[in-house]
Design a protein around this ligand. Structure first.
Ligand SMILES: [Zn+2]
Ligand SMILES: [Zn+2]
Length: 332
């Protein structure tokens, strides 16, 4: 089968991905073999391809927003049958026994493994995935629309939970790509006024068309004090700006797995009055199930830019250059 691998991490423009041939994998006990139909291109893939996140395996295949069809099941895999559609997302496995797993915080499991980082992902014709960590897919979406729901959507939803928007409150969103455009729609459906901060003019237009209360440049002042804020862009200098825009008691959640350094903060301007700053680490399977149900019920609109499978390197370079409208998706 054909599979893209990260051969030598480096700038997306230098072509860090290589198209290779390798045998179709066999599903082990408790695993599914999935034929890939579509796979989203997430910003985390860019961080892995460029080396911001250290590789955990040489020549690993990226891709953790996989929409596919189950074509074989390993011993003991009982949740899906051959012919079923399944989603494969970022969280690929946990130990199930540590204190975090036992407390329902499996996203913090120190022995968790990830699709497209520890295990081969979906920039390939086939992949294997743990049956227990694969997701049934909601109805009402095309294959390409489903893909970004599986990471951008799920992580954005966890970030929204972590931002603790009060009923009828105000939410500021910094960066407006794949994840933000999905999470914002849920916040708006739940009655929040969403203010968007992004340097990309077409992202500001998309935000307004989806019902955002306002859209402005990244470092423009907020039109009103914010009860909650989420930073989706991997830009540490946005942290003081977002904290300064919070109302008393407000919460800022940082959604990404990677952030450039945060400049020094001023206690009075950025934190006092019980403002809270918190990170978001992956997601639990519970977050995923809840988000996929909400996405179906609320008829979330998914904006995608499509790429052919053999254009994976171009999709990453476009993501690096802010040239992707909504979420980038590879289709087989
Ligand atoms: Zn654990
Ligand atoms: Zn992702």
């Amino acid at each position: 089968m054909r599979a893209w691998v990260v051969h030598k991490p480096g700038p997306a423009s230098s072509g860090p991905l290589k198209l290779t041939d390798r045998p179709v994998p066999e599903p082990g006990p408790g695993e599914l073999l999935v034929r890939v139909i579509a796979c989203g291109v997430c910003r985390t893939d860019l961080h892995l391809a460029e080396g911001d996140l250290p590789p955990k395996a040489p020549d690993v295949t990226l891709g953790h927003e996989v929409v596919g069809e189950v074509v074989a099941t390993g011993a003991g895999a009982t949740r899906f049958r051959v012919g079923d559609r399944a989603g494969v997302a970022w969280l690929a496995g946990t130990d199930g026994t540590c204190e975090y797993c036992r407390r329902g915080r499996e996203n913090l499991c120190p022995r968790s493994v990830y699709t497209g980082w520890d295990r081969h992902g979906g920039y390939a014709e086939y992949l294997t995935a743990a049956d227990a960590f694969a997701h049934p897919l909601p109805g009402g979406f095309s294959d390409a629309e489903l893909a970004p729901l599986l990471c951008a959507g799920i992580i954005g939803y966890r970030a929204l939970l972590r931002a603790e928007v009060p009923p009828g409150g105000t939410l500021g969103v910094w960066g407006f790509g794949g994840s933000a455009h999905l999470a914002s729609q849920i916040a708006i459906a739940q009655g929040a006024a969403v203010h968007v901060f992004t340097r990309a003019p077409d992202a500001r237009e998309l935000a307004l068309s989806l019902g955002a209360a306002s859209a402005q440049d990244s470092f423009d002042p907020s039109p009103e004090p914010l009860d909650s804020a989420i930073i989706f862009a991997p830009v540490g200098t946005m942290v003081p700006a977002a904290l300064a825009a919070l109302a008393r008691g407000g919460t800022l959640a940082i959604a990404g797995i990677y952030l450039t350094d945060i400049p020094s903060l001023n206690y009075e301007r950025h934190l006092f009055q019980e403002r809270t700053l918190r990170s978001v680490t992956a997601n639990t399977r519970g977050d995923a199930a809840e988000f996929l149900r909400l996405a179906e019920r609320l008829r979330i609109k998914v904006t995608t830019t499509g790429y052919a499978f053999d254009q994976a390197d171009r999709a990453l370079a476009d993501l690096a250059g802010d040239r992707v409208h909504g979420a980038a998706v590879l289709s087989m």
